[in-house]
Design a protein around this ligand. Structure first.
Ligand SMILES: [Zn+2]
Ligand SMILES: [Zn+2]
Length: 238
């Protein structure tokens, strides 16, 4: 499936010809298909980071947001700083059907996994969307990113969860409302897998309530060690 999918993408969006942000011509060896200007604009996370969500923090190892929560995952990475430019790129993938961007997000995530020596997983999975939402949009951005991370890392990828409840958009909700809304909205898919180390991928981390609820389900079923990876850590107030 992924081969056909890949082929279709290559035909319609030949890789590394144009910058995925400004559409300027770029060198074909360009790693993330971003011109030098846009690389600076979207801004990659560097330096000291929060061990749970992966956002940049001045010092310490847990950010203020994560300090308020108790997670079922042990660690997490994120690749881009949250700003108007990175947001535009994520929104283009999520709402404008620019699914080819997922390939580059996956590459960024995979490179960071390698850099942090986080490549030892039995399985890669993703935060599912509800049937209704997936049908409406035609795809799940997190699923495509996960597929490519699986391809780059040669770690198998599997759908482990099902979104049962079609929850309201979390955008306008505060932390507590989010927690309550996502509670019990996922179901574990039936399988007899033995999972010890799992990587969960989602496009965006906001309060972490969604990916944490997925982690809880997986932890309760497999008692596994969980790592999460997202493109950026968004801000609840924006
Ligand atoms: Zn550019
Ligand atoms: Zn954090």
């Amino acid at each position: 499936m992924i081969i056909i999918f890949d082929y279709i993408l290559d035909v319609f969006f030949p890789r590394n010809l144009k910058c995925i942000y400004c559409n300027k011509d770029i060198d074909e060896n360009n790693k993330y298909s971003l011109c030098d200007d846009c690389k600076v604009k979207v801004s990659f996370i560097e330096g000291n980071v929060c061990k749970y969500c992966g956002r940049h923090i001045k010092d310490g190892n847990i950010c203020l947001e994560c300090e308020k929560n108790r997670y079922y995952f042990q660690r997490g990475i994120s690749v881009l700083e949250y700003n108007d430019n990175s947001k535009k790129l994520v929104l283009a993938l999520k709402y404008n059907k620019k699914t080819y961007i997922a390939y580059y997000f996956a590459k960024m995530i995979y490179d960071k996994m390698e850099l942090n020596e986080m490549v030892d997983f039995d399985i890669i999975t993703y935060v599912p969307s509800s049937k209704k939402k997936r049908r409406k949009r035609g795809y799940n951005p997190s699923e495509i990113i996960a597929k490519y991370v699986s391809k780059f890392s040669s770690i198998p990828y599997e759908k482990l969860l099902i979104k049962e409840k079609d929850t309201v958009e979390l955008k306008s909700l505060n932390r507590m409302q989010r927690k309550l809304t996502v509670k019990d909205s996922f179901k574990i898919k039936d399988n007899d897998l033995n999972i010890k180390k799992c990587l969960i991928i989602d496009d965006v981390f906001t309060t972490g309530s969604t990916i944490n609820e997925c982690s809880r389900m997986l932890y309760e079923k497999y008692v596994c060690d969980i790592t999460i990876a997202t493109v950026y850590v968004g801000d609840i107030d924006k």
